[in-house]
Design a protein around this ligand. Structure first.
Ligand code: S3P
Length: 427
């Protein structure tokens, strides 16, 4: 159980370890390439550790540590058959992206995951990968464990994404990279685009839809990169700095990919004093600094089209909405129900524990204006979900009576440095 007390403000400068989504892709592309890639500031998260561990089992040499790695990729179809099952831990990105890679390999694999990942839906990637001729056998609930066997009838597809999901899109791309003829993927609502950016895939806009093309011509080559800081991990302290008095926080060298930093734009629209300075880019991913100061915020309407771009930040944005003027309401966010926990149910449960009157919808929730005063210290459940744990840590730091969080260790899934960073900035 981790306890937090109300703080009087935050001041200082933070630099975040590499972005989790970019780091997964950096490891995967480096392992696939023929030769040595050098990666600096790789994510310290357990999730990226799962991706690294799987490629080691496939015979890829990964040396280094503390964020700096050399990865000797094995080239086109050069990985070795693993000796046992491949454990993706808690990481949906590892399992879903690699399923696309494995359908194209000449050896069978069995993908497994922890209790949470074993409940998460895999049909969303199985459908397009099976259309490509992939041979995937999940369990009877269409979840992990999933056996993937070699197939001799693989073919490119044209696919309209039914859900705006970077994981589905990237799984299809990873398969497409093994075939000469192009595969096209169309999305009506944009999802994060690191795969397209890092592989420099052709992307067109056709009648307000995004069309992405991938083929063997785009197969990764060895590269060097410094992974930009994780802007999703930064969201927790951005909100803390906005909502606590006398605060100024500088976040350096963070990813400024507009599809990931969209939450900063929304917070600015809510009245947030946030300055964004682009300083450069790494493997085409924009990087820069963000300066945040205490602000008076107002709730705004969040359109459905914004939801895929803030999907990982929604738990902390909901916390932010509690302190902004006016009622808070979010819809079109049913995807939250299939994350590391059912994030709508987890938020509702914990907010009610702190005395908030929450209305739950199938695709969101609503909370009326005002902070309840219960006179007791609430106890929150992380539900083993890193973003729920961190969101309620921030709420606890803002509530008069603080808060306690059960099962806080899960923060290591994305940010093992959360408590260390908090101690640097707390005043
Ligand atoms: C991710 C995509 C998103 C996001 C996840 C990371 C990625 O999932 O929630 O944390 O790196 O591709 P969906 O593709 O399910 O939206």
């Amino acid at each position: 159980m981790e306890s937090f007390k109300k703080i009087s403000g935050v001041q200082g400068e933070l630099e975040y370890r590499g972005d989790k989504s970019i780091s997964h892709r950096a490891v995967i592309f480096a392992a696939m390439a023929d030769g040595v890639s050098r990666i600096q500031n790789l994510s310290f998260s357990e999730d990226v550790g799962s991706t690294r561990a799987i490629f080691k089992q496939l015979g890829v040499e990964i040396t280094g540590g503390k964020g700096t790695y050399e990865i000797k990729g094995r080239g086109f179809k050069g990985c070795q058959a693993p000796a046992g099952e491949l454990y993706a831990g808690n990481s949906g990105t590892t399992a879903r992206l690699l399923a696309g890679y494995f359908i194209q390999q000449d050896f069978p694999t069995v993908l497994t995951g922890d209790e949470s990942l074993s409940k998460r839906p895999m049909k969303r990637i199985i459908d397009p990968l099976a259309l490509m001729g992939g041979n995937l056998q999940p369990n009877e609930a269409n979840c992990l464990p999933m056996k993937i066997s070699p197939s001799d009838h693989l073919k490119p597809i044209s696919y309209l994404l039914p859900i705006p999901s970077a994981q589905i899109k990237s799984a299809i791309v990873l398969s497409a990279l093994h075939m000469e003829e192009p595969t096209t993927i169309t999305e009506s609502l944009q999802s994060r685009n690191h795969t397209e950016i890092m592989l420099e895939l052709p992307v067109k806009t056709v009648e307000s839809q995004t069309v992405i093309t991938a083929s063997r011509a785009n197969y990764p080559k060895p590269f060097e990169m410094t992974v930009p800081g994780d802007v999703s991990s930064a969201a927790f302290f951005v909100v803390l700095a906005l909502l606590s008095e006398n605060s100024e926080l500088v976040i350096k060298n963070v990813s400024l990919n507009p599809q990931r930093s969209h939450y900063l734009t929304l917070l600015q629209k809510m009245g947030g004093d946030i300055q964004i300075e682009k300083t450069g880019s790494s493997l085409h991913e924009p990087v820069g600094n963000v300066i945040v100061r205490s602000s008076k915020l107002k709730n705004i309407f969040i359109p459905g089209g914004s939801v895929p771009l803030i999907i990982d930040e929604l738990p902390i944005l909901i916390i932010c909405g509690l302190f902004a003027e006016g009622d808070f309401e979010i819809h079109h966010a049913a995807e939250l129900r299939v994350k590391e926990s059912d994030r709508i149910a987890s938020m509702v449960h914990n907010l009610r524990a702190a005395g908030f009157e929450v209305e739950e919808f199938p695709d969101g929730l609503a909370v009326p204006d005002g902070i309840p005063e219960t006179g007791t210290t609430p106890v929150f459940d992380s539900f083993g979900d890193h973003r729920i744990a961190m969101a309620f840590a921030i709420l606890s730091l803002l509530l008069k009576d603080g808060g306690k969080i059960d099962n806080f260790g899960c923060v290591n899934i994305s940010n093992p440095e959360f408590l260390k960073q908090l101690n640097i900035i707390i005043r």
